[in-house]
Design a protein around this ligand. Structure first.
Ligand code: PLP
Length: 428
């Protein structure tokens, strides 16, 4: 494939945008080469500026769960745009999407909309600190909760790729309030709680991590976190920015039947527009301004275009009782295909999958936390990535990412992908 136009556009972008991109992982630094510039996309396919077609396994990092340019979302945005794009006043749309989200997700009574997953997680810990009147939080190595200061401590994917687990610019004062635990290690969490009695406001976790590849929670891990939080007056925050409206209608809380105190959303909830949200029972959410003391705000929060897109997306997911099963079946089919092909080529690998989140790790040992995820063979991944790209299959340009499966994929697309992996595997 030729990427002449993309190369030129990247060179131009580098002149005026740091690194040529507005979010680091897009720059291909982990896999080498130059980023491809997208021109358009429809369904499962992405078209670049040089006219190449790819089957897309990134899907805007998740939101396009029903395919690119999903017609109900496109129509909703077009119709709303004609009515004015922002008011800085409440609109009925905000109540409609809030009511639908509250109906779909267990254990939440109120929800507030923001503009990104970062904002949602940042606001969620402020709320948890205000509510508990405690300062510290526990996060897990390799879990990503956006780029706000408190979370840039061993943060997975982008931050890992770029070797800045502890970014310059984050003060030591902020860093000292973030305690780090190993995912899937309850003893580690218990020790941290014991060492910081009555000081921990919240434990924030990707209940099924997707930012160090996909990690499967061990049996009892999430239940154990729930119990410790209940026992010690700590709020459990499920960061469902990736898993929400993807693994089930009600996310991981529904899938594994574990209750969180605060849940954060992003990605799918905006249908491809910039939306995040955080939600909890009323008692907690009522701590927020204007009725409570914890301040949180946003000029474009609840923006009508974004709400229209999100509402169309949630309605489509809510109305389609088979969608999460179909996603699971398609991803299981892909998993089996990849396993067979990699086995036939005697390649060391581990595949992790939960529902429509899947990742291929080039390491034969089980991958269950950040340490084990980091052992994967990056050189093999680099070849795998570029090989697939040349075959017209676009996966995330980092070994620390999950693949985002879309329902727009047909079984022919999956077979095409497995064939591509067969060809590439023979060269690894
Ligand atoms: C993507 C992601 C975020 C950050 O969301 P942005 O919209 O990129 O700010 C937070 N948490 C998780 C689990 C994510 O996957």
């Amino acid at each position: 494939m030729l990427y002449q136009r993309s190369s030129r556009l990247f060179a131009e972008a580098e002149q005026v945008i740091p690194g040529g991109v507005n979010s680091p992982v897009r720059a291909f630094k982990a896999v080498g080469g130059k980023p491809i510039f997208a021109k358009s996309a429809k369904g499962a396919y992405l078209y670049d500026e040089d006219g190449n077609r790819f089957i897309d396994y990134i899907n805007s990092w998740g939101p396009m769960i029903l395919g690119h340019a999903f017609q109900p979302v496109v129509d909703a945005v077009k119709q709303r745009a004609e009515l004015g794009t922002s008011f800085g006043m409440p609109t009925e749309l905000e109540t409609q999407i809030a009511a639908l989200a509250v109906a779909m997700v267990p254990n939440i009574e109120k929800i507030r909309f923001v503009n990104s997953g970062t904002e949602a997680c940042m606001s969620a810990i402020r709320l948890a600190r205000g509510y508990t009147k405690r300062d510290k939080i526990i996060k897990f190595a390799g879990c990503y909760h956006g780029h706000s200061d408190s979370f840039l401590i061993q943060a997975g994917s982008g931050a890992v790729t770029f070797g800045t687990p502890n970014s310059p610019g984050v003060t030591s004062g902020t860093a000292k309030d973030t305690l780090l635990a190993a995912y899937n290690d309850l003893q580690n969490v218990s020790d941290l709680i014991d060492a910081n009695p009555n000081e921990i406001a919240a434990i924030i976790v990707e209940p099924v991590p997707g930012n160090m590849g996909c990690i499967v929670p061990k049996k009892g891990f999430l239940e154990g976190l729930r119990q410790m939080c209940t026992d010690h007056g700590i709020l459990l925050i499920f960061d469902e920015v990736m898993t929400g409206f993807r693994l089930a209608k009600g996310g991981v809380q529904e899938l594994f039947n574990v209750k969180a105190d605060i849940v954060t959303f992003g990605k799918v909830i905006g249908g491809g527009l910039p939306v995040g949200a955080f939600a909890a029972r009323s008692e907690i959410m009522n701590y927020l301004a204007p009725i409570g003391p914890v301040y949180q705000a946003g000029t474009l929060s609840g923006n009508p275009l974004a709400m229209a897109a999100g509402l169309a997306m949630l309605q489509a997911l809510n109305d389609d009782s088979g969608v999460f099963n179909r996603l699971e079946e398609k991803t299981a089919y892909l998993e089996k295909g990849i396993r067979d092909v990699l086995n036939q080529n005697n390649i060391d690998f581990t595949i992790n999958r939960v529902g429509s989140m899947i990742s291929v790790h080039f390491d034969a040992e089980p991958v269950y936390d950040f340490k084990t995820a980091a052992k994967g063979d990056n050189e093999t991944f680099r070849k795998f990535f570029h090989g697939l790209l040349a075959e017209g299959v676009y996966i995330a340009p980092s070994a620390y990412e999950t693949w985002f499966i879309t329902d727009a994929l047909t079984y022919d697309d999956l077979d095409f992908t497995i064939e591509a992996i067969r060809k590439v595997s023979a060269t690894l």
